[in-house]
Design a protein around this ligand. Structure first.
Ligand SMILES: [Zn+2]
Length: 329
């Protein structure tokens, strides 16, 4: 169904969607399992949705989509939509406006529902750090900042956009500082007073601005100097003191995390029940559903996973491990 952009541009996309709904009884707001049961997908190729199709889907009362499903369709389409689409800017505006209208209804909204800006920020961080084209995600962010109140909303982890960027596993301290500086430039470009924005953010953490991720805390210091001296940003990534008794080879490192899934060889020891730990190290033979003994970082592979972070994982069958770069602290 998901053809090349050229193939789909030749078809009347709106008519195709209508036929699928009418004759194939496809529910436009349901997520479908495609070939890969581990991946889920919307029934339509959202990167090629036309403005009129989206407008009719999102405004229609004929479908049974809940508010959450409608927001999920909006976030998926906004993430997937690309400049190949002739309605690109118009669609982004439509999605942001609809999203904000739904958010204003709010009573059905929960902390677990998706945040439009949060979704795009992961992609933007990845593009910035990996030297990939970040222009499109920047354009989307600028529109989201202008048309929604997302700048001050928190995601399911309780993080504002700034905390999310601070917690993002870039390659190291320098890149995290660069990301935050670029983020503030982007905020300013959207017509927001970035100094006032930083002041408001800092108020969230009167005892020091911190983002937490697993067993680590990432501390941000921002000094807003006068216009001549500019602003000064510093970042510190430290292990939480309460895990000081655990052997650090089984814990996350600065900007390199272990799995948060219990029962894996790469699970972070900070998440493991005390009964399965002896002398700061995992018991060699843990009872229950553990697939194998927990391994130290040196025996795992390090992977840079798009939109997530650097993570330690089980070594591939070929057994090759990743060699860390020069900056790793
Ligand atoms: Zn950890």
């Amino acid at each position: 169904m998901i053809g090349s952009p050229d193939t789909f541009n030749c078809l009347d996309h709106e008519e195709t969607v209508n036929l699928m709904i009418k004759y194939a009884e496809v529910d436009p707001f349901s997520i479908y399992w495609m070939r890969d049961p581990m991946a889920f997908s919307w029934p339509f190729p959202t990167h090629l949705m036309s403005h009129s199709t989206l407008a009719s889907l999102l405004s229609s009362d004929c479908f049974y989509g809940t508010l959450n499903q409608r927001v999920s369709l909006i976030t998926t389409t906004l993430r997937d939509i690309c400049q190949l689409n002739s309605d690109y800017s118009k669609i982004i505006r439509l999605l942001c406006t609809r999203y904000e209208a739904i958010r204003n209804l709010d009573n059905e909204y929960t902390n677990l529902d998706p945040i439009l800006l949060d979704d795009i920020i992961g992609e933007w961080c990845w593009n910035e750090v990996n030297d990939e084209q970040s222009k499109e995600s920047e354009q989307k962010i600028e529109q989201i900042l202008r048309l929604t109140k997302d700048l001050h909303r928190i995601n399911y982890r309780g993080q504002t956009p700034l905390e999310r960027i601070l917690a993002y596993a870039s390659n190291g301290k320098t890149q995290t500082i660069t990301l935050i500086t670029k983020w503030l430039v982007l905020v300013a470009k959207s017509g927001i007073d970035y100094r006032e924005y930083v002041r408001q953010e800092l108020k969230r953490h009167p005892d020091g601005y911190m983002a937490h991720t697993c067993c680590r805390s990432i501390k941000l210091t921002v000094i807003l100097e006068d216009a001549e001296n500019g602003l000064h940003v510093d970042v510190e990534n430290i292990r939480c003191s309460r895990y000081g008794s655990l052997d650090p080879v089984f814990l996350c490192e600065a900007w390199r995390s272990r799995s948060r899934r219990l029962g894996s060889v790469s699970t972070c020891l900070s998440l493991v029940d005390e009964g399965l730990i002896f002398d700061g190290r995992p018991l060699p033979n843990a009872p229950g559903s553990w697939e194998a003994t927990i391994k130290p970082n040196s025996e795992l592979a390090l992977k840079n996973k798009k939109w997530i972070d650097w993570q330690y994982e089980k070594l591939s069958p070929t057994g090759t491990n990743w060699a860390p770069g020069p900056e790793f602290g």
